[in-house]
Ligand binder design. Structure first.
Ligand SMILES: [Zn+2]
Ligand SMILES: [Zn+2]
Length: 607
């Protein structure tokens, strides 16, 4: 796992979620930009596309800062003629061994160094792995952001929490916007969140097509089918480089439609008079709307539990996604005790076993208003994100202990993926027929399999490029090559207010502390003679329970006596060498007697 240790950054300046306030100047400046932008949107439909056709081809490069060989922190740059366009700016959740890390973001050094070139940030959709790092980017550079209504609502919420603002433009499928010399067209796709977009980007260097996260759904809940007609037209026009979602390349066949979920939900509602509790992703607004509609049909009122679920629902209402749902069907979760079980649906967070989520609190009897009852029906309308399987199965076991009926996607179609399976990918490749192909949004195995899929459809091997984060694909008319390590593609870890100040050394210490604990050894020495003024003191944390291991502690203290005696007779009295000697002797003693390697910290006082 690549890590980054960058102590240069000022942690106070770059504080995140609990930030007290951002520099007032910055906010004022950007706020003025927002009002100017609101009056005059930069949307020019046809001239932009025509300008591209007239222009000759300039060399360009594509630089993924994140999202390659990982599922998370998607962020890709297109750079041509001293102009940079950013596609997505997401975060990743920490891996198992990143102790105490809250989130991981891309390294924005290249963007900071080239900030005057940046023309805009375009967002494919509102998932965290595509928008989660925007507040961190905006603390470094000022950039106009373009996103569909739901994604922009989510971005607004993040910026408010961080006392940030930016020039913002809400766009929808079919819009063509001009950012410097980039003509960007937004194209309707389907995904597990409303308003997901693919982008066709035409500029003096050529034509890049970025699918974003997508699947092909002929019967999506909002009726907006992926615009395959436009995919086909743009394929006919000629695409130089395709970046395509690789998440589900290992799955055979087609990803089922959201309509499948609708049928399963109907079946559950038709067949029970018990309380129904549904855990799902807050951002899947259309699916949540269907849960509400099914509840209404069965005379159930809806209680919503969990902060992110409440936030997204409020946002969906304000954007008009829930216009035909009367406010009276909702009931505060504290009021459900007054309703019969058959009249209650609870929609909740916690489908990923998040420790503080509403469902976890219900499972562990910590929820203020919901006490689970025997025969309650709990539906997981989700699949575990890799890495979360264990905590989710712990919660499921708790639910079973409560004799709750648990419905999982593995047994009933209460969840479908939002990503295209291999047959859908084949269709998209066939429609777009790019000159060069760069698999994106996937772990390494996904990228490799996607490359194979593309080759099997006729793409020459030397026209397929597997990039890592920080690599660049340099394209010059009909030639393309990869420059490895063009810029830093390393992980930047965020811990509390600190961005990038926790690197591999700190993580290694955290690992040692978590695995073997800590021993401190305090000794007070006479300044003049170097002799001990009192008995050395040992303190331990996470090592052994001292009261039960007094023999070991006493032996360890005698080791310290020996080391000090030996060092004094050798004349090694300075603090550093004495400290080294104590640490080394103690490490050997502890390892030989316990086969453990705790962190050992000598503290030497001269009095
Ligand atoms: Zn997504
Ligand atoms: Zn994604």
């Amino acid at each position: 796992m690549a890590t980054k240790n960058n102590n240069k950054q000022n942690t106070e300046k770059t504080g995140n979620k609990k930030r007290a306030k951002a520099p007032a100047k910055k906010v004022k400046k950007t706020a003025a930009k927002v009002s100017a932008a609101a009056k005059k949107p930069k949307t020019k439909a046809k001239p932009a596309a025509q300008a591209w056709k007239k222009a000759g081809k300039a060399p360009f490069r594509i630089i993924p800062l994140g999202g390659m060989k990982e599922i998370g922190k998607n962020c890709t740059l297109i750079e041509c003629n001293d102009e940079i366009l950013i596609i997505d700016c997401g975060l990743a959740f920490p891996e198992y061994e990143m102790f105490g890390i809250d989130i991981v973001i891309p390294d924005f050094t290249y963007l900071k160094e080239n900030s005057e070139k940046v023309k805009g940030l375009i967002i494919t959709h509102g998932h965290e792995d595509h928008i989660g790092a925007i507040p961190y980017l905006l603390q470094e550079i000022s950039v106009p952001v373009y996103a569909s209504p739901l994604a922009m609502g989510m971005i607004d919420h993040k910026l408010e929490e961080n006392y940030l603002s930016c020039e913002r433009h809400v766009i929808k499928a079919g819009d063509v916007i001009r950012l410097g010399n980039f003509a960007v067209e937004a194209i309707q796709t389907n995904h597990s969140i409303a308003d997901a977009l693919a982008y066709s980007i035409k500029f003096p260097g050529g034509h890049v097509f970025h699918t974003g996260d997508f699947k092909i759904d002929y019967s999506p809940l909002d009726g907006k089918v992926i615009d395959l007609n436009r995919f086909s037209q743009l394929g006919d026009e000629g695409i130089d480089v395709l970046l395509c979602d690789s998440t589900n390349v290992l799955r055979k066949g087609y990803t089922p439609s959201e309509a499948v979920v609708r049928r399963s939900i109907d079946e559950i509602f038709d067949n029970t008079e018990r309380r129904i509790i549904i855990a799902t992703f807050a951002s899947n607004v259309h699916r949540i709307k269907y849960f509400i509609e099914a509840s209404m049909k069965h005379h159930r009122r809806i209680a919503v539990s969990g902060r992110s679920m409440e936030n997204v629902l409020a946002l969906s209402k304000s954007l008009g996604y829930l216009d035909d749902i009367p406010e009276s069907v909702f009931v505060d979760v504290s009021e459900i005790k007054n309703l019969a079980d058959k009249n209650i649906t609870i929609i909740t967070t916690g489908s990923q076993g998040e420790p503080m989520s509403a469902l976890t609190r219900m499972a562990y009897d910590n929820h203020k208003s919901v006490k689970l009852k025997k025969n309650d029906v709990v539906v997981f309308s989700s699949s575990p994100i890799p890495g979360n399987e264990k905590v989710i199965s712990q919660i499921i076991n708790r639910l079973y202990e409560k004799e709750v009926e648990v419905v999982l996607a593995s047994a009933m179609d209460v969840h479908v993926s939002g990503h295209a399976s291999s047959e859908e990918l084949k269709l998209v490749h066939t429609l777009l027929r790019p000159k060069f192909f760069m698999p994106a949004h996937g772990e390494y195995r996904h990228l490799v399999e996607h490359a194979k899929l593309s080759h099997a459809l006729g793409q020459p091997k030397d026209h397929i490029f597997l990039l890592g984060n920080g690599d660049a694909l340099e394209v010059n008319d009909s030639k393309a090559e990869v420059v490895r390590g063009y810029t830093s593609g390393e992980d930047v870890m965020v811990d509390g207010y600190g961005i990038g100040d926790v690197g591999s050394v700190v993580l290694k210490d955290r690992k040692t502390l978590s695995q073997s604990g800590l021993i401190t050894i305090s000794v007070a020495l006479d300044q003049a003679t170097g002799s001990l003024m009192s008995e050395p003191k040992l303190n331990t944390r996470g090592f052994v329970f001292v009261e039960e291991h007094m023999d070991l502690i006493n032996e360890a203290i005698s080791v310290v006596y020996n080391t000090i005696g030996k060092s004094t007779s050798n004349g090694a009295l300075d603090e550093a060498s004495l400290s080294r000697a104590i640490r080394s002797d103690m490490k050997t003693f502890i390892y030989n007697t316990t086969k453990r390697n705790p962190m050992i910290i000598p503290v030497i006082l001269y009095v």
